[in-house]
Write a new protein. Structure first.
Lengths: 177, 392
Protein backbone atom coordinates (compact mmCIF):
# COMPACT_ATOMS: atom_id res chain seq x y z
CA UNK A 1 0.00 0.00 0.00
CA UNK A 2 1.37 3.41 -0.93
CA UNK A 3 1.92 6.08 1.66
CA UNK A 4 -0.80 8.13 0.05
CA UNK A 5 -3.29 5.26 0.12
CA UNK A 6 -2.57 4.74 3.78
CA UNK A 7 -2.89 8.40 4.54
CA UNK A 8 -6.06 8.62 2.53
CA UNK A 9 -7.83 6.26 4.89
CA UNK A 10 -7.22 8.79 7.63
CA UNK A 11 -7.61 12.04 5.83
CA UNK A 12 -10.60 11.43 3.66
CA UNK A 13 -11.58 12.26 0.18
CA UNK A 14 -8.81 14.53 -1.07
CA UNK A 15 -6.15 11.93 -0.67
CA UNK A 16 -8.27 9.09 -2.06
CA UNK A 17 -8.72 11.32 -5.07
CA UNK A 18 -4.96 11.88 -5.34
CA UNK A 19 -4.34 8.19 -5.07
CA UNK A 20 -6.75 7.55 -7.94
CA UNK A 21 -4.93 10.12 -10.06
CA UNK A 22 -1.64 8.37 -9.32
CA UNK A 23 -3.09 5.03 -10.34
CA UNK A 24 -4.30 6.43 -13.65
CA UNK A 25 -0.99 8.15 -14.35
CA UNK A 26 0.84 4.95 -13.45
CA UNK A 27 -1.20 2.94 -15.94
CA UNK A 28 -2.02 5.24 -18.85
CA UNK A 29 0.42 6.97 -21.18
CA UNK A 30 1.97 9.86 -19.32
CA UNK A 31 0.69 12.39 -21.85
CA UNK A 32 -2.93 11.66 -20.87
CA UNK A 33 -4.75 14.99 -20.62
CA UNK A 34 -6.01 16.50 -17.38
CA UNK A 35 -9.46 16.73 -18.95
CA UNK A 36 -9.58 13.02 -19.65
CA UNK A 37 -8.52 12.14 -16.11
CA UNK A 38 -11.22 14.48 -14.85
CA UNK A 39 -13.84 12.66 -16.92
CA UNK A 40 -12.65 9.29 -15.68
CA UNK A 41 -12.92 10.44 -12.08
CA UNK A 42 -16.12 12.41 -12.49
CA UNK A 43 -14.59 15.75 -11.50
CA UNK A 44 -13.38 18.90 -13.23
CA UNK A 45 -10.16 19.62 -15.04
CA UNK A 46 -8.91 22.30 -12.69
CA UNK A 47 -9.21 20.02 -9.67
CA UNK A 48 -7.10 17.39 -11.39
CA UNK A 49 -4.52 19.94 -12.51
CA UNK A 50 -4.22 21.30 -8.96
CA UNK A 51 -3.83 17.83 -7.51
CA UNK A 52 -1.12 16.87 -9.99
CA UNK A 53 0.72 20.11 -9.34
CA UNK A 54 0.70 19.35 -5.62
CA UNK A 55 1.86 15.77 -6.18
CA UNK A 56 4.72 17.03 -8.33
CA UNK A 57 5.66 19.66 -5.79
CA UNK A 58 5.68 17.10 -2.97
CA UNK A 59 7.90 14.86 -5.07
CA UNK A 60 5.29 12.11 -4.98
CA UNK A 61 5.26 12.25 -8.75
CA UNK A 62 9.02 12.11 -9.24
CA UNK A 63 9.04 12.26 -13.00
CA UNK A 64 7.54 11.07 -16.27
CA UNK A 65 9.35 8.74 -18.57
CA UNK A 66 8.87 7.16 -21.96
CA UNK A 67 9.75 3.47 -22.14
CA UNK A 68 11.71 2.84 -25.33
CA UNK A 69 12.33 -0.52 -26.92
CA UNK A 70 15.82 0.32 -28.20
CA UNK A 71 16.01 -3.03 -30.01
CA UNK A 72 13.62 -1.57 -32.55
CA UNK A 73 15.85 1.41 -33.30
CA UNK A 74 19.27 1.70 -34.93
CA UNK A 75 20.81 2.89 -31.73
CA UNK A 76 22.91 0.36 -29.92
CA UNK A 77 22.11 0.26 -26.20
CA UNK A 78 23.68 -2.18 -23.80
CA UNK A 79 22.16 -2.69 -20.36
CA UNK A 80 23.85 -4.46 -17.47
CA UNK A 81 22.84 -5.30 -13.93
CA UNK A 82 25.72 -5.03 -11.50
CA UNK A 83 25.70 -6.54 -8.06
CA UNK A 84 27.88 -4.64 -5.61
CA UNK A 85 28.97 -5.79 -2.20
CA UNK A 86 29.76 -2.81 0.00
CA UNK A 87 31.31 -2.09 3.37
CA UNK A 88 28.89 0.30 5.01
CA UNK A 89 30.42 3.45 6.50
CA UNK A 90 30.10 4.31 10.12
CA UNK A 91 27.30 6.82 10.66
CA UNK A 92 26.33 6.90 7.01
CA UNK A 93 25.45 3.32 6.19
CA UNK A 94 25.11 2.81 2.47
CA UNK A 95 23.73 6.22 1.62
CA UNK A 96 26.98 8.04 1.01
CA UNK A 97 28.41 5.46 -1.33
CA UNK A 98 25.04 5.12 -3.02
CA UNK A 99 25.04 8.84 -3.72
CA UNK A 100 28.49 8.66 -5.27
CA UNK A 101 27.20 5.93 -7.57
CA UNK A 102 23.80 7.29 -8.60
CA UNK A 103 25.26 10.64 -9.62
CA UNK A 104 26.81 9.04 -12.68
CA UNK A 105 24.45 9.57 -15.63
CA UNK A 106 25.23 6.05 -16.87
CA UNK A 107 23.48 4.68 -13.78
CA UNK A 108 19.80 4.19 -14.67
CA UNK A 109 18.67 2.71 -11.39
CA UNK A 110 20.12 1.94 -8.00
CA UNK A 111 18.51 -0.18 -5.30
CA UNK A 112 19.66 -1.17 -1.83
CA UNK A 113 19.03 -4.90 -1.54
CA UNK A 114 18.66 -7.54 1.11
CA UNK A 115 20.46 -10.84 0.55
CA UNK A 116 23.74 -11.87 -1.02
CA UNK A 117 24.77 -8.39 -2.18
CA UNK A 118 24.01 -4.83 -1.18
CA UNK A 119 23.47 -2.57 -4.16
CA UNK A 120 21.86 -3.42 -7.50
CA UNK A 121 22.99 -1.00 -10.19
CA UNK A 122 21.56 -0.77 -13.69
CA UNK A 123 23.99 0.68 -16.20
CA UNK A 124 23.32 1.69 -19.77
CA UNK A 125 26.06 2.21 -22.33
CA UNK A 126 26.75 2.13 -26.04
CA UNK A 127 28.74 -1.10 -25.95
CA UNK A 128 29.67 -3.94 -23.66
CA UNK A 129 33.18 -2.55 -23.54
CA UNK A 130 31.96 0.84 -22.40
CA UNK A 131 29.90 -0.70 -19.62
CA UNK A 132 32.69 -3.04 -18.57
CA UNK A 133 35.16 -0.16 -18.41
CA UNK A 134 32.75 1.88 -16.34
CA UNK A 135 32.54 -0.92 -13.80
CA UNK A 136 36.28 -1.49 -13.82
CA UNK A 137 37.28 2.18 -13.66
CA UNK A 138 34.51 3.80 -11.62
CA UNK A 139 32.72 1.29 -9.45
CA UNK A 140 35.24 -1.40 -8.57
CA UNK A 141 37.97 0.97 -7.33
CA UNK A 142 35.73 2.73 -4.81
CA UNK A 143 37.04 2.24 -1.27
CA UNK A 144 33.95 0.68 0.17
CA UNK A 145 33.23 -1.65 -2.76
CA UNK A 146 34.23 -5.20 -1.85
CA UNK A 147 33.22 -6.94 -5.05
CA UNK A 148 31.27 -6.52 -8.27
CA UNK A 149 29.44 -8.98 -10.51
CA UNK A 150 28.31 -7.76 -13.91
CA UNK A 151 25.37 -9.35 -15.75
CA UNK A 152 24.55 -8.17 -19.25
CA UNK A 153 20.91 -8.00 -20.30
CA UNK A 154 20.33 -10.04 -23.46
CA UNK A 155 16.71 -9.20 -24.08
CA UNK A 156 14.08 -7.13 -22.36
CA UNK A 157 10.67 -8.78 -22.24
CA UNK A 158 8.98 -6.41 -19.85
CA UNK A 159 10.01 -3.13 -18.27
CA UNK A 160 8.15 -0.87 -15.84
CA UNK A 161 5.12 -3.14 -16.14
CA UNK A 162 5.03 -2.86 -19.92
CA UNK A 163 5.39 -5.95 -22.09
CA UNK A 164 7.58 -5.09 -25.10
CA UNK A 165 6.17 -7.45 -27.69
CA UNK A 166 2.59 -7.53 -26.52
CA UNK A 167 0.68 -9.42 -29.18
CA UNK A 168 -2.54 -9.73 -27.20
CA UNK A 169 -5.22 -8.77 -29.68
CA UNK A 170 -8.91 -8.27 -29.08
CA UNK A 171 -10.12 -11.68 -30.16
CA UNK A 172 -13.69 -11.16 -29.00
CA UNK A 173 -16.62 -11.45 -31.39
CA UNK A 174 -17.59 -7.97 -32.59
CA UNK A 175 -21.08 -8.06 -31.10
CA UNK A 176 -22.38 -10.32 -28.37
CA UNK A 177 -25.36 -10.02 -26.06
CA UNK B 1 -36.00 -35.62 -49.77
CA UNK B 2 -36.84 -35.01 -46.15
CA UNK B 3 -39.02 -31.99 -45.46
CA UNK B 4 -37.48 -30.79 -42.24
CA UNK B 5 -40.15 -28.14 -41.74
CA UNK B 6 -42.69 -30.87 -41.13
CA UNK B 7 -40.48 -32.57 -38.57
CA UNK B 8 -38.94 -29.86 -36.46
CA UNK B 9 -40.49 -28.64 -33.23
CA UNK B 10 -42.72 -25.63 -33.87
CA UNK B 11 -41.77 -24.25 -30.46
CA UNK B 12 -38.12 -24.07 -31.46
CA UNK B 13 -38.83 -22.98 -35.03
CA UNK B 14 -40.90 -20.07 -33.75
CA UNK B 15 -38.36 -18.76 -31.26
CA UNK B 16 -37.41 -15.28 -32.44
CA UNK B 17 -33.91 -14.97 -33.91
CA UNK B 18 -31.32 -12.91 -32.06
CA UNK B 19 -31.74 -9.16 -32.53
CA UNK B 20 -28.12 -8.63 -33.51
CA UNK B 21 -27.61 -11.16 -36.29
CA UNK B 22 -27.82 -8.67 -39.15
CA UNK B 23 -25.36 -6.24 -37.53
CA UNK B 24 -23.02 -9.07 -37.00
CA UNK B 25 -23.12 -9.94 -40.69
CA UNK B 26 -22.50 -6.35 -41.78
CA UNK B 27 -19.70 -5.71 -39.33
CA UNK B 28 -17.91 -8.92 -40.23
CA UNK B 29 -17.37 -7.47 -43.73
CA UNK B 30 -16.04 -4.15 -42.52
CA UNK B 31 -12.35 -3.53 -42.07
CA UNK B 32 -11.98 -0.48 -39.86
CA UNK B 33 -15.18 -0.80 -37.86
CA UNK B 34 -14.90 -0.25 -34.15
CA UNK B 35 -17.25 -1.79 -31.68
CA UNK B 36 -18.93 -1.01 -28.40
CA UNK B 37 -21.06 -4.06 -28.93
CA UNK B 38 -19.45 -6.75 -26.85
CA UNK B 39 -21.04 -8.26 -23.77
CA UNK B 40 -17.88 -9.57 -22.18
CA UNK B 41 -14.81 -8.16 -20.43
CA UNK B 42 -11.83 -7.03 -22.50
CA UNK B 43 -9.49 -8.19 -19.74
CA UNK B 44 -7.91 -11.58 -20.03
CA UNK B 45 -8.49 -13.99 -17.14
CA UNK B 46 -6.01 -13.17 -14.32
CA UNK B 47 -2.79 -15.09 -14.88
CA UNK B 48 -2.93 -16.99 -11.60
CA UNK B 49 -6.31 -18.41 -12.64
CA UNK B 50 -5.05 -19.43 -16.07
CA UNK B 51 -2.01 -20.94 -14.43
CA UNK B 52 -4.20 -22.97 -12.06
CA UNK B 53 -6.05 -24.35 -15.09
CA UNK B 54 -2.79 -25.28 -16.80
CA UNK B 55 -1.48 -26.89 -13.62
CA UNK B 56 -4.60 -29.04 -13.30
CA UNK B 57 -3.96 -30.34 -16.82
CA UNK B 58 -0.33 -31.07 -15.98
CA UNK B 59 -1.47 -33.03 -12.96
CA UNK B 60 -3.78 -35.03 -15.18
CA UNK B 61 -7.09 -33.76 -13.82
CA UNK B 62 -8.82 -34.67 -17.06
CA UNK B 63 -11.82 -36.64 -15.80
CA UNK B 64 -15.46 -35.96 -15.03
CA UNK B 65 -16.19 -34.38 -11.70
CA UNK B 66 -19.24 -35.02 -9.51
CA UNK B 67 -22.40 -33.93 -11.34
CA UNK B 68 -22.85 -30.91 -9.09
CA UNK B 69 -19.17 -29.95 -9.46
CA UNK B 70 -15.91 -30.50 -7.55
CA UNK B 71 -16.58 -30.48 -3.83
CA UNK B 72 -13.59 -28.18 -3.29
CA UNK B 73 -15.11 -25.68 -5.71
CA UNK B 74 -18.55 -25.92 -4.15
CA UNK B 75 -17.00 -25.31 -0.76
CA UNK B 76 -15.09 -22.32 -2.13
CA UNK B 77 -18.31 -20.94 -3.64
CA UNK B 78 -20.09 -21.21 -0.29
CA UNK B 79 -17.18 -19.67 1.60
CA UNK B 80 -17.10 -16.81 -0.90
CA UNK B 81 -20.82 -16.10 -0.56
CA UNK B 82 -20.62 -16.16 3.20
CA UNK B 83 -17.55 -13.94 3.27
CA UNK B 84 -18.91 -11.42 0.78
CA UNK B 85 -22.61 -11.36 1.53
CA UNK B 86 -23.11 -13.23 4.79
CA UNK B 87 -25.43 -15.77 3.17
CA UNK B 88 -24.70 -19.41 4.05
CA UNK B 89 -25.29 -22.41 1.81
CA UNK B 90 -24.53 -26.08 2.27
CA UNK B 91 -21.91 -27.09 -0.32
CA UNK B 92 -23.25 -30.63 -0.38
CA UNK B 93 -26.88 -29.82 -1.07
CA UNK B 94 -27.47 -26.24 -2.07
CA UNK B 95 -24.98 -25.57 -4.88
CA UNK B 96 -24.62 -26.72 -8.46
CA UNK B 97 -21.76 -25.79 -10.78
CA UNK B 98 -23.00 -25.22 -14.34
CA UNK B 99 -21.75 -24.47 -17.82
CA UNK B 100 -22.02 -20.70 -17.52
CA UNK B 101 -24.75 -18.79 -15.75
CA UNK B 102 -26.93 -19.43 -18.79
CA UNK B 103 -27.19 -23.15 -18.10
CA UNK B 104 -28.21 -22.45 -14.51
CA UNK B 105 -30.98 -20.15 -15.77
CA UNK B 106 -32.24 -22.82 -18.16
CA UNK B 107 -32.12 -25.53 -15.46
CA UNK B 108 -34.01 -23.41 -12.95
CA UNK B 109 -36.77 -22.53 -15.41
CA UNK B 110 -37.13 -26.12 -16.63
CA UNK B 111 -37.26 -27.41 -13.08
CA UNK B 112 -40.13 -25.14 -12.11
CA UNK B 113 -42.21 -24.14 -15.08
CA UNK B 114 -45.24 -26.23 -16.05
CA UNK B 115 -47.16 -25.57 -19.27
CA UNK B 116 -49.18 -22.39 -18.82
CA UNK B 117 -47.20 -21.08 -15.84
CA UNK B 118 -46.39 -17.40 -16.02
CA UNK B 119 -42.86 -16.09 -15.62
CA UNK B 120 -42.44 -12.40 -14.81
CA UNK B 121 -39.54 -10.81 -16.67
CA UNK B 122 -38.52 -7.18 -16.07
CA UNK B 123 -37.40 -5.67 -19.38
CA UNK B 124 -35.13 -4.52 -20.95
CA UNK B 125 -33.10 -7.56 -19.99
CA UNK B 126 -30.74 -10.23 -21.22
CA UNK B 127 -32.23 -12.29 -24.00
CA UNK B 128 -32.40 -15.84 -22.66
CA UNK B 129 -35.22 -15.76 -20.08
CA UNK B 130 -38.01 -15.54 -22.62
CA UNK B 131 -36.97 -18.41 -24.92
CA UNK B 132 -36.12 -20.64 -21.95
CA UNK B 133 -39.61 -20.01 -20.57
CA UNK B 134 -41.25 -20.69 -23.92
CA UNK B 135 -39.29 -23.92 -24.38
CA UNK B 136 -40.50 -25.08 -20.99
CA UNK B 137 -44.09 -24.40 -22.10
CA UNK B 138 -44.42 -21.35 -19.85
CA UNK B 139 -45.76 -17.92 -20.65
CA UNK B 140 -43.31 -15.01 -20.41
CA UNK B 141 -44.90 -11.89 -18.92
CA UNK B 142 -42.71 -8.84 -19.52
CA UNK B 143 -42.69 -6.00 -16.99
CA UNK B 144 -41.61 -2.76 -18.60
CA UNK B 145 -39.08 -0.88 -16.48
CA UNK B 146 -38.46 2.79 -17.23
CA UNK B 147 -35.57 5.17 -17.54
CA UNK B 148 -37.21 7.64 -15.15
CA UNK B 149 -37.28 4.87 -12.50
CA UNK B 150 -33.60 4.08 -13.15
CA UNK B 151 -34.79 0.86 -14.81
CA UNK B 152 -35.61 -0.63 -11.41
CA UNK B 153 -38.48 -3.01 -10.82
CA UNK B 154 -41.05 -1.14 -8.74
CA UNK B 155 -43.30 -3.04 -6.33
CA UNK B 156 -46.41 -1.52 -7.92
CA UNK B 157 -45.38 -2.80 -11.35
CA UNK B 158 -44.77 -6.24 -9.92
CA UNK B 159 -48.10 -6.34 -8.09
CA UNK B 160 -49.97 -5.40 -11.23
CA UNK B 161 -48.64 -8.39 -13.14
CA UNK B 162 -49.13 -11.12 -10.54
CA UNK B 163 -51.91 -13.60 -11.32
CA UNK B 164 -52.78 -16.98 -9.86
CA UNK B 165 -50.66 -18.52 -12.64
CA UNK B 166 -47.50 -16.65 -11.68
CA UNK B 167 -44.79 -19.18 -10.88
CA UNK B 168 -41.54 -17.32 -11.10
CA UNK B 169 -40.04 -13.84 -11.03
CA UNK B 170 -36.77 -13.15 -12.78
CA UNK B 171 -34.62 -10.50 -11.11
CA UNK B 172 -31.90 -9.56 -13.61
CA UNK B 173 -29.85 -7.07 -11.60
CA UNK B 174 -27.29 -5.54 -12.05
CA UNK B 175 -28.87 -5.37 -15.45
CA UNK B 176 -27.65 -6.08 -18.93
CA UNK B 177 -28.35 -3.92 -21.02
CA UNK B 178 -29.26 -0.90 -18.88
CA UNK B 179 -26.62 -1.05 -16.14
CA UNK B 180 -29.47 -0.47 -13.67
CA UNK B 181 -29.25 -1.90 -10.16
CA UNK B 182 -31.59 -2.67 -7.27
CA UNK B 183 -30.51 -1.25 -3.92
CA UNK B 184 -31.16 -3.17 -0.73
CA UNK B 185 -34.28 -1.13 -0.04
CA UNK B 186 -35.53 -1.68 -3.60
CA UNK B 187 -35.15 -5.42 -3.04
CA UNK B 188 -36.92 -5.19 0.29
CA UNK B 189 -39.88 -3.54 -1.43
CA UNK B 190 -40.03 -6.42 -3.92
CA UNK B 191 -39.75 -8.92 -1.07
CA UNK B 192 -42.73 -7.29 0.65
CA UNK B 193 -44.85 -8.02 -2.41
CA UNK B 194 -43.70 -11.63 -2.61
CA UNK B 195 -44.04 -12.48 1.08
CA UNK B 196 -46.99 -14.79 1.64
CA UNK B 197 -47.12 -15.90 -2.01
CA UNK B 198 -45.72 -19.08 -3.56
CA UNK B 199 -43.83 -17.18 -6.23
CA UNK B 200 -40.21 -18.21 -6.58
CA UNK B 201 -37.38 -15.96 -7.70
CA UNK B 202 -34.53 -16.49 -10.11
CA UNK B 203 -32.02 -13.78 -9.21
CA UNK B 204 -29.46 -13.48 -11.99
CA UNK B 205 -26.55 -11.79 -10.23
CA UNK B 206 -23.81 -12.48 -12.74
CA UNK B 207 -22.79 -8.77 -12.65
CA UNK B 208 -23.07 -8.55 -8.85
CA UNK B 209 -19.41 -7.76 -8.28
CA UNK B 210 -19.46 -4.96 -10.83
CA UNK B 211 -21.20 -2.32 -8.75
CA UNK B 212 -20.20 1.34 -8.63
CA UNK B 213 -21.13 4.05 -6.18
CA UNK B 214 -21.47 3.80 -2.43
CA UNK B 215 -23.74 0.79 -2.01
CA UNK B 216 -22.44 -2.73 -2.54
CA UNK B 217 -24.41 -5.51 -4.15
CA UNK B 218 -27.02 -7.32 -2.06
CA UNK B 219 -28.09 -10.78 -3.19
CA UNK B 220 -31.85 -11.25 -3.12
CA UNK B 221 -31.38 -14.28 -0.88
CA UNK B 222 -29.90 -11.98 1.77
CA UNK B 223 -33.21 -10.19 2.16
CA UNK B 224 -35.13 -11.36 5.19
CA UNK B 225 -37.21 -14.45 4.41
CA UNK B 226 -36.28 -14.59 0.72
CA UNK B 227 -33.65 -17.34 0.79
CA UNK B 228 -36.22 -20.13 0.75
CA UNK B 229 -37.84 -18.83 -2.45
CA UNK B 230 -34.72 -17.76 -4.33
CA UNK B 231 -32.24 -19.39 -6.65
CA UNK B 232 -29.24 -17.10 -7.09
CA UNK B 233 -27.43 -17.53 -10.40
CA UNK B 234 -23.86 -16.36 -10.52
CA UNK B 235 -20.68 -17.28 -12.32
CA UNK B 236 -17.12 -16.50 -13.23
CA UNK B 237 -17.52 -14.96 -16.68
CA UNK B 238 -17.94 -11.30 -15.83
CA UNK B 239 -16.33 -11.05 -12.39
CA UNK B 240 -13.11 -12.84 -13.31
CA UNK B 241 -13.11 -12.23 -17.08
CA UNK B 242 -13.64 -15.94 -17.70
CA UNK B 243 -16.35 -15.98 -20.37
CA UNK B 244 -14.64 -18.58 -22.53
CA UNK B 245 -14.21 -21.01 -19.64
CA UNK B 246 -17.98 -21.43 -19.47
CA UNK B 247 -18.52 -21.72 -15.76
CA UNK B 248 -21.36 -20.59 -13.55
CA UNK B 249 -23.29 -21.77 -10.54
CA UNK B 250 -26.63 -21.70 -8.80
CA UNK B 251 -27.36 -21.47 -5.08
CA UNK B 252 -30.77 -22.36 -3.74
CA UNK B 253 -33.08 -24.59 -1.74
CA UNK B 254 -31.97 -28.23 -1.57
CA UNK B 255 -35.00 -29.67 -3.36
CA UNK B 256 -34.70 -27.36 -6.36
CA UNK B 257 -30.92 -27.73 -6.67
CA UNK B 258 -31.35 -31.50 -6.56
CA UNK B 259 -33.77 -31.45 -9.49
CA UNK B 260 -31.64 -28.98 -11.43
CA UNK B 261 -28.73 -31.36 -10.90
CA UNK B 262 -30.83 -34.18 -12.33
CA UNK B 263 -31.38 -32.33 -15.63
CA UNK B 264 -27.73 -31.25 -15.65
CA UNK B 265 -26.64 -34.85 -15.13
CA UNK B 266 -28.47 -36.01 -18.26
CA UNK B 267 -27.66 -33.05 -20.48
CA UNK B 268 -24.16 -32.03 -19.41
CA UNK B 269 -22.79 -34.63 -16.95
CA UNK B 270 -20.43 -32.16 -15.28
CA UNK B 271 -18.98 -28.74 -16.04
CA UNK B 272 -15.47 -28.75 -17.58
CA UNK B 273 -12.92 -29.93 -15.02
CA UNK B 274 -10.15 -27.55 -16.09
CA UNK B 275 -12.45 -24.58 -15.66
CA UNK B 276 -13.55 -25.81 -12.24
CA UNK B 277 -9.96 -26.14 -11.03
CA UNK B 278 -9.16 -22.64 -12.27
CA UNK B 279 -12.28 -21.23 -10.61
CA UNK B 280 -11.11 -22.36 -7.17
CA UNK B 281 -8.07 -20.11 -7.53
CA UNK B 282 -10.32 -17.28 -8.71
CA UNK B 283 -12.55 -17.46 -5.65
CA UNK B 284 -9.73 -17.87 -3.17
CA UNK B 285 -7.01 -15.50 -4.35
CA UNK B 286 -8.32 -12.97 -6.83
CA UNK B 287 -10.19 -10.32 -4.86
CA UNK B 288 -7.51 -7.77 -5.76
CA UNK B 289 -7.70 -8.57 -9.46
CA UNK B 290 -11.46 -8.09 -9.38
CA UNK B 291 -11.15 -4.80 -7.54
CA UNK B 292 -8.57 -3.61 -10.07
CA UNK B 293 -10.85 -4.44 -12.99
CA UNK B 294 -13.85 -2.90 -11.28
CA UNK B 295 -11.97 0.32 -10.74
CA UNK B 296 -10.89 0.39 -14.37
CA UNK B 297 -14.50 -0.14 -15.50
CA UNK B 298 -15.53 2.65 -13.18
CA UNK B 299 -13.12 5.11 -14.87
CA UNK B 300 -14.48 4.15 -18.25
CA UNK B 301 -18.07 4.30 -17.03
CA UNK B 302 -17.72 7.89 -15.90
CA UNK B 303 -15.87 8.76 -19.08
CA UNK B 304 -18.49 7.30 -21.43
CA UNK B 305 -21.51 8.68 -19.55
CA UNK B 306 -19.89 12.10 -19.64
CA UNK B 307 -19.25 11.66 -23.37
CA UNK B 308 -22.85 10.80 -24.22
CA UNK B 309 -24.23 13.62 -22.11
CA UNK B 310 -21.81 16.06 -23.70
CA UNK B 311 -23.23 15.22 -27.13
CA UNK B 312 -26.71 16.04 -25.89
CA UNK B 313 -28.14 12.55 -25.43
CA UNK B 314 -29.96 11.71 -22.26
CA UNK B 315 -27.94 9.01 -20.53
CA UNK B 316 -29.07 7.40 -17.30
CA UNK B 317 -26.18 6.82 -14.88
CA UNK B 318 -25.65 3.08 -14.66
CA UNK B 319 -24.39 1.75 -11.34
CA UNK B 320 -23.70 -1.82 -12.39
CA UNK B 321 -22.35 -4.16 -15.09
CA UNK B 322 -20.37 -2.56 -17.95
CA UNK B 323 -23.02 -1.01 -20.17
CA UNK B 324 -24.51 2.40 -20.74
CA UNK B 325 -27.95 2.77 -22.23
CA UNK B 326 -28.29 6.22 -23.78
CA UNK B 327 -31.62 7.37 -25.19
CA UNK B 328 -31.55 8.15 -28.92
CA UNK B 329 -35.17 9.24 -29.33
CA UNK B 330 -34.03 12.81 -30.12
CA UNK B 331 -32.74 11.58 -33.47
CA UNK B 332 -36.21 10.47 -34.52
CA UNK B 333 -34.85 7.07 -35.51
CA UNK B 334 -35.79 3.68 -34.12
CA UNK B 335 -32.93 1.97 -32.29
CA UNK B 336 -32.63 -0.49 -35.13
CA UNK B 337 -32.33 2.26 -37.74
CA UNK B 338 -29.91 4.17 -35.55
CA UNK B 339 -27.59 1.21 -35.15
CA UNK B 340 -27.70 0.24 -38.80
CA UNK B 341 -27.00 3.78 -40.03
CA UNK B 342 -24.31 4.32 -37.41
CA UNK B 343 -22.59 1.22 -38.63
CA UNK B 344 -22.89 2.19 -42.30
CA UNK B 345 -21.95 5.84 -41.91
CA UNK B 346 -19.46 5.89 -39.05
CA UNK B 347 -18.52 2.24 -38.75
CA UNK B 348 -19.34 1.92 -35.09
CA UNK B 349 -21.13 -1.19 -33.86
CA UNK B 350 -23.54 -0.83 -30.92
CA UNK B 351 -26.61 -2.90 -30.03
CA UNK B 352 -30.18 -1.64 -30.46
CA UNK B 353 -32.09 -1.50 -27.18
CA UNK B 354 -34.99 -3.27 -28.84
CA UNK B 355 -32.92 -6.47 -28.89
CA UNK B 356 -33.57 -6.62 -25.13
CA UNK B 357 -37.34 -6.32 -25.20
CA UNK B 358 -39.85 -3.81 -26.54
CA UNK B 359 -39.20 -1.38 -23.72
CA UNK B 360 -35.60 -1.06 -24.95
CA UNK B 361 -36.86 0.74 -28.05
CA UNK B 362 -35.41 4.25 -28.30
CA UNK B 363 -32.17 3.27 -26.58
CA UNK B 364 -28.85 1.76 -27.59
CA UNK B 365 -26.60 -0.45 -25.52
CA UNK B 366 -22.94 0.52 -25.50
CA UNK B 367 -20.43 -1.61 -23.68
CA UNK B 368 -17.49 0.06 -21.99
CA UNK B 369 -15.45 -3.12 -21.72
CA UNK B 370 -12.94 -1.42 -24.04
CA UNK B 371 -9.82 0.68 -23.67
CA UNK B 372 -10.33 4.39 -23.07
CA UNK B 373 -8.77 5.06 -26.49
CA UNK B 374 -11.32 2.83 -28.21
CA UNK B 375 -14.18 4.46 -26.29
CA UNK B 376 -12.87 7.92 -27.13
CA UNK B 377 -12.76 7.19 -30.86
CA UNK B 378 -16.21 5.57 -30.80
CA UNK B 379 -17.67 8.57 -28.96
CA UNK B 380 -16.10 10.94 -31.48
CA UNK B 381 -17.77 9.09 -34.35
CA UNK B 382 -21.12 8.75 -32.60
CA UNK B 383 -21.12 12.47 -31.84
CA UNK B 384 -20.60 13.31 -35.50
CA UNK B 385 -23.44 10.99 -36.38
CA UNK B 386 -25.82 12.35 -33.76
CA UNK B 387 -25.12 15.95 -34.76
CA UNK B 388 -25.89 15.12 -38.35
CA UNK B 389 -29.15 13.38 -37.52
CA UNK B 390 -30.64 15.27 -34.61
CA UNK B 391 -33.80 17.10 -35.54
CA UNK B 392 -33.27 20.82 -35.34
Amino acid sequence: MTIYARLSKKRGKVLIFMDEILKILDKEKSNISRAKIAQMLGTDKQEVADAIEKLEKDNVIVGYKTIVNWDKTDREVVTALIELRITPQRGEGFDKVAERIYKYPQVKSLYLMSGAYDLAVTIEGKSMKEVALFVAQKLAPMDSVISTATHFVLKKYKDEGIIFEDDEKDTRQVITL
Amino acid sequence: MIDYEKLISPVVANLPPSGIRKFFDIVAEMKDAISLGVGEPDFTTPWSVREAGIYSLEKGQTHYTANAGLMELREAICEYNERKYGVTYDPKKEVIVTVGGSEAIDLMIRTLVNPGDEVLIPEPCFVCYKPCTVMAGGVPVPIETKEEDDFRLLPSQLKAKITDKTKLLILPYPNNPTGGVMSKSDLQAVADVLRGTDILVLSDEIYGELRYGDEKHTPFSAIDGMKERTVVVNGFSKTYAMTGWRLGYALGPERIIKLMTKIHQYGIMSAPTTAQCAAIEALKNCDDDVEEMRQEYNYRRRYIVDGFRAMGLSCFEPLGAFYVFPCIKSTGMTSDEFCQKLLEEEKVAVVPGSAFGESGEGFIRCSYAYSIENIQEALRRIEKFVQRHTRK
